[in-house]
Structure formats: C-alpha cells, structure tokens
Design a protein around this ligand. Structure first.
Ligand code: DX5
Ligand code: ZN
Length: 216
C-alpha cells in the first residue's frame, strides 16, 4: 500500500517543513487538495503555492483538483510541477478535452468520483488513466468518516482493470485511519490518502508506518 498524506491537515504556517517532515516520515506521495469554494464549499491553495513547494521533496506531487473548471488550470499545475493530476468527472470541464491537456504535458492523468457517482462513468477513459480516485467522503473537508460502501466501486473497478490487463491504480481519499485502512487494502486499493490520521498523530513517521503495516 502506498501512503499519500493529505497536506490539507498540515500546519500551513510551516507548509514546506510539513512536507519535509512527512517525506522523512516515509510518505510515498504528497497529496495536495486544491479547492475553489465553488465545486466544494471550501478554499485552499493553487498552482503558485504548489510551485514554491515543489523543491521541498522529490516525492511525487498528487494534485487533487476539486474545482469547477479544471481544464482552465491544467497548464498552471503542470508548470508548478504536478506529477499526477486528478480532476472530478462531476466538474464542468469536458473529460476528454481535459485528459488531453494533461496528456499533452506528460503528466499522469486521474479521474476522481464523488460518493454519489457511479464508477461506470470512468470506464470509457480507463485505458488512458494512471489512476482512479474513489472519494470515501464528500469532498471539501478533512476529518470526516470513511464510507465503507464505496469499496464496492473499488472492487468493480479493480475487476475491470484486471479484465483489460491495465496497470491503472486505485486511490481512496477520506476517512482513512487505523480502523479503516485494512478494509481498503482488502478491496484492492493501491494508494490511500490520509490527512487527519497522519497530521493528527503525535509522530507522522509512526503513523505512516503503522497505517502501512495494517495493510499486510
Ligand atoms: C477531502 C480531501 C481529502 C482530505 C482527507 O476533500 O480530498 O484529501 O484531506 O482528509 P482525512 O484523511 O482527514 O479524511
Ligand atoms: Zn484529496
């Protein structure tokens, strides 16, 4: 299991130091939540902030766009150093066009689905995707409860990925903690995002190691 701490729950007054801390703590991927106050009822940060943080680590930057018009900003996030860009199928942007913009920049494309969205919507694009992000909470805020029902989507997508012989990864995001991560692992998840479980713990390294251990 790859662990992707969500910086949404870090101490933003020392954003760079928090990235260094979880890098040293064994984080596999840095999950960066971009919110526009429109697609979700919360605001975070954008490409200029990510660009400034890019040099803090060599670990991949997984940029989760919770914004209404992702296609307008793909080049900005590419310039900022994103390695993976996820955008929502429920956004106002054309999925094919937005994927093309990501592909043109040589970045790993991912589609994200909210809890109310059926996994079938990603099937026409599955062969082009590096990853599918299955939300296990309503996007917008950290610290919410994991929705175990979403594991049905993971199982469904995993079967389709195997059937087609693809290497597409499945990421889950929201409510991942000591008491929920094993359920995700069992369902076939490859990458777990964890905000509160990492940043709310006294020792990030211990928290990351423990989460990973619970998947074995
Ligand atoms: C929610 C974000 C998540 C969030 C997860 O909209 O996409 O990445 O930070 O936080 P926890 O792990 O606390 O649920
Ligand atoms: Zn996220």
């Amino acid at each position: 299991m790859l662990i992707a701490p969500s910086l949404l729950s870090c101490d933003f007054s020392v954003f760079r130091d928090e990235i260094v801390r979880i890098d040293q703590g064994g984080a596999d991927i840095m999950h960066l939540d971009v919110m526009d106050g429109h697609f979700v009822p919360n605001l975070t940060f954008g490409a200029p902030v990510i660009k400034k943080l890019r040099k803090a680590t060599e670990k991949p930057f997984d940029v989760h766009l919770m914004i209404s018009e992702p296609h307008r900003y793909i080049n900005d996030f590419a310039d900022a150093g994103a390695d993976i860009i996820s955008f929502h199928t429920e956004s106002d942007s054309d999925i094919d066009e937005t994927l093309k913009l990501i592909e043109a920049r040589g970045i790993k494309p991912a589609l994200a689905i909210k809890p109310g969205t059926a996994p079938q919507v990603v099937l026409p694009y599955l062969d082009r995707l590096y990853m599918v992000l299955v939300m296990t909470v309503e996007p917008g805020f950290g610290g919410q409860s994991f929705m175990p029902d979403m594991m049905e989507k993971v199982t469904f997508l995993k079967a389709e990925i195997e059937k087609r012989g693809l290497s597409t990864l499945i990421e889950v995001d929201g409510g991942i903690a000591k008491d929920t991560i094993a359920v995700a692992a069992k369902a076939g998840v490859d990458i777990c995002v964890a905000g509160t479980a990492v940043f709310g713990a006294p020792d990030a390294k211990e928290a990351i190691t423990e989460l990973r251990g619970l998947c074995e």
